[in-house]
Design a protein around this ligand. Structure first.
Ligand SMILES: [Fe+2]
Ligand SMILES: [Fe+2]
Length: 137
């Protein structure tokens, strides 16, 4: 589910490396759900939730800086999509994780896998040709 596939590559090393790290965080959640769903995993869930949120912010910042630096025209649309995903993450955090562990993890899994399909494969794909043409690989 969260395994890196060559088709995810956006042909820019820094971006690919960051996307790989995001997938790794996603797979940690998957592991908790598979192996320990009957135990109390509150601390682990919160830790991964914060890790995912922080790393997502970091990744979005890097991507936006790169697009800004190279004068990418559709940056506002892209920024808007980033904001939308971050909002989703922050809303999940407001839920009572202790009471709803499984539903929080499921929500995060859906969030991350949605993101792979919708964002990495489609939206991030839109700037690749432009950045490559500016010599960014
Ligand atoms: Fe990205
Ligand atoms: Fe992006």
């Amino acid at each position: 589910m969260f395994e890196w596939k060559d088709e995810y590559s956006r042909n820019i090393k820094e971006i690919d490396d960051q996307h790989k790290n995001l997938l790794k965080i996603g797979s940690k959640l998957h592991e908790i759900l598979k192996l320990k769903k009957h135990e109390d995993n509150y601390d682990e869930i919160m830790e991964i939730l914060h890790e995912l949120r922080d790393y997502t912010r970091y990744h979005f910042d890097c991507e936006e800086k790169l697009l800004e630096e190279h004068g990418y025209e559709d940056i506002y649309l892209h920024k808007f999509q980033h904001k939308f995903f971050l909002k989703k993450l922050e809303n999940l955090e407001l839920e009572d994780v202790d009471e709803n562990q499984i539903s929080v993890i499921m929500g995060l899994l859906v969030f991350v896998s949605d993101w792979i399909v919708e964002h990495i494969l489609k939206t991030d794909g839109e700037y690749v040709e432009y950045l490559n043409s500016k010599g960014v690989y």
